[in-house]
Design a protein around this ligand. Structure first.
Ligand code: AGP
Length: 610
């Protein structure tokens, strides 16, 4: 969580920092600030609340200068307040730092530093770093980079740090351990950020900073010192994200834009993957023997990515006949799962930064498993921890609620499932061809689903003021119910439960009373009749029924107060379609309630803490 931006070059930095923070605001938005260096002095402006408050403050302050750092915060230590907003300073006021991550030993460090006479002005863990650097600068370190290096040796936990100091007026110095930080190589200067969208308007040339690196940026040079303080060259790469993709492009919200980008995003994720009756996944460098030897797969993920994993489990077990266990990453990492060299661990993460997922992956590798990661953000931490990487090509997702990255994760899991089924000979060529042709048609079917949504806005009017929603589904409809309930609660703050439809009678049925909305995934499938029986049980108790069903299915339509149609498609692939009306439903309900759908309260896009 938290977003960091830095710029040094020939332009005014405050504008670039603010614009960069605007693009990183999804990472945290309870306060923000910048520090700009000029004429041997530091000008710091901070504000509580979302970035607009900082924008206002910057209008009235003189923050001219060509070198600066900025930060948008998601509170971990200390409430959102101006004092806790970054940048933080040392006792001299000559140094300013921004930080993303958590310093686990900050309490001890703070006590020690206080004992040595340092004054603290915030409740944050970050401030200790400023004072540690200050001590290094006064106790023998001859430069800011070496002070940052020495100070970082005292830190337990995770960090990405950027520092500026009036003693070194031409440089930004940065370091990282397990929190993301990338360099943007620009024409008018150089950039630093915790996410590429921050500088996409200026450059697409990116250098990844590795754990243990210390980076020294000037207007026209980039020096990277590795953990042994050797100056090294890291190759830059050009990302193909375009700047419009990180802007709203005429939509009211990023979330709505991202929902409507799904046909293209899905198409990009499967592009070039099919050859006749099989999938080409060159990244999956497993020999036939290694594939044959896989005895078990664990899928490890959090939140929406976990729901994508659940669909992946159904697909892999059905198509490739390999047993799959699905784990929430925060449980997986502590429950001592049975892993050996014949275990494949599939980690799914949009951001590639989720702390629990990363920890699970590291642990699984230590125990001999091969790790395949499905990730959207190029160069993110998870991409570097995995043996095999499959990128989803959803483009940048700015809205905190995952939408297009979810359907692209589904696409990636289908590719993996088909690949494994081919390698293990568990699906015939004809079966594979049929699935592939449905996948190729999927972008058009998504488009069709998106175009036909007037009934969703109408239904919104009936339901938006209700306090509780129950979501039901069976088979692959179950993860869709879970995901849709998650979407509803995270952006509208309505209590929503997702349940396996067959489990309803074991408890949740007690929640149903007159008018309780029961949202049911009941498209054509092997289990459709069973789901419809559960719908009848709900009707008998007074529920209002919303059904996502197959277009033209009159019997099902007849049982619904509101019916959201999707095109007919293969059952296992159907979550790609059935999820879409329910994304839109959550979106419209949240908007009708006046919620900020892009930045829901208490959440952040990248969850880099445990
Ligand atoms: C989804 O809408 C949520 N914001 C959240 O559950 C998210 O999916 C989860 O934090 C996992 O993130 P990741 O995919 O980046 O690992």
């Amino acid at each position: 969580m938290c977003g960091i931006v830095g710029y040094v070059g020939s332009e005014q930095s405050s504008k670039i920092l603010y614009e960069g923070l605007r693009r990183l605001e999804y990472r945290g938005y309870d306060s923000a600030g910048v520090a700009v260096m000029n004429d041997g002095g530091l000008n710091i402006v901070r504000a509580v609340g979302n970035l607009a408050h900082l924008g206002k403050a910057l209008e009235t302050e003189d923050v001219s200068g060509n070198i600066g750092i900025g930060h948008t915060r998601w509170a971990t230590h200390g409430k959102p307040s101006e004092a806790n907003a970054h940048p933080h300073q040392d006792c001299t006021g000559n140094l300013a730092i921004v930080h993303n991550g958590i310093i686990e030993n900050f309490a001890e460090l703070r006590e020690e530093l206080s004992g040595r006479g340092h004054d603290f002005h915030s409740e944050t863990d970050t401030e200790v770093i400023a004072h540690l650097i200050e001590e290094q600068m006064t106790n023998g370190c001859d430069s800011l980079p070496s002070a940052v290096r020495e100070a970082s040796k005292s830190l337990d936990g995770t960090y990405a740090i950027a520092a500026v100091c009036t003693d070194d007026p031409d440089h930004i110095v940065a370091a990282r351990r397990d929190s993301p930080l990338v360099i943007g190589v620009g024409e008018t200067g150089n950039f630093l950020a915790s996410g590429i969208p921050a500088f996409l308007a200026h450059t697409r040339e990116v250098i990844n900073i590795e754990n243990g690196d210390v980076v020294i940026l000037s207007a026209d040079s980039i020096t990277i010192l590795d953990e042994n303080d050797n100056s090294i060259t890291r190759e830059s790469e050009t990302v193909d994200w375009d700047v419009a993709a990180a802007e709203k492009g005429g939509y009211d919200d990023f979330m709505l834009k991202e929902i409507f980008e799904q046909p293209e995003a899905f198409r990009n994720t499967i592009r070039g993957r099919f050859k006749d009756d099989h999938v080409t996944l060159d990244e999956l460098k497993l020999t036939d023997q290694q594939v044959a030897d896989i005895s078990k797969i664990y899928i490890v993920a959090c939140g929406t990515s976990y729901h994508a994993g659940m669909v992946g489990k159904y697909a892999i077990e059905k198509w490739a006949r390999i047993p799959v266990e699905l784990d929430v990453a925060s449980e997986f990492r502590y429950r001592d799962p049975v892993i050996d060299e014949n275990t494949l661990v599939i980690a799914i993460s949009q951001s590639g930064e989720t702390a629990d997922t990363l920890a699970g992956v590291v642990q699984a590798r230590e125990q001999g498993a091969k790790v395949l990661a499905v990730v959207n953000v190029v160069g993110s931490l998870l991409t570097r921890e995995a043996d095999i990487l499959i990128l989803t090509h959803a483009g940048p997702e700015i809205g905190v609620a995952a939408t297009k990255t979810f359907t692209c994760q589904l696409a990636a899991m289908y590719l993996v499932g088909l690949y494994l089924a081919t390698a293990r000979g568990t699906l015939s060529s004809g079966e594979r061809r049929s699935i592939i042709s449905e996948l190729e048609r999927m972008p058009e079917m998504i488009q069709e689903t998106l175009e036909d949504h007037s009934m969703i806005t109408e239904a919104t009017e009936k339901y938006f003021e209700l306090p509780d929603f129950l979501y039901l589904g069976r088979g692959v409809g179950f993860p869709v119910a879970l995901e849709s309930a998650l979407k509803m609660k995270e952006i509208s703050y309505i209590h929503a439960e997702g349940y396996a439809a067959g489990e309803m009678k074991h408890g949740p049925i007690a929640l149903i009373e007159d008018g309780t909305p029961v949202i049911t995934v009941a498209n054509n499938s092997l289990v459709q009749d069973k789901v419809l029986s559960n719908v009848q049980e709900s009707i008998a108790r007074g529920a209002s029924i919303v059904i996502v069903g197959t277009r033209g299915d009159k019997t099902t339509m007849g049982q619904a107060d509101d019916f959201f149609p999707v095109p007919e498609c293969d059952e296992i692939l159907s979550p790609v379609l059935t999820t879409i009306p329910l994304q839109l439903f959550s979106y419209h309900v949240a908007k009708r309630r006046g919620c900020n759908v892009d930045q829901p309260r208490n959440l952040a896009k990248s969850v880099t803490v445990e």
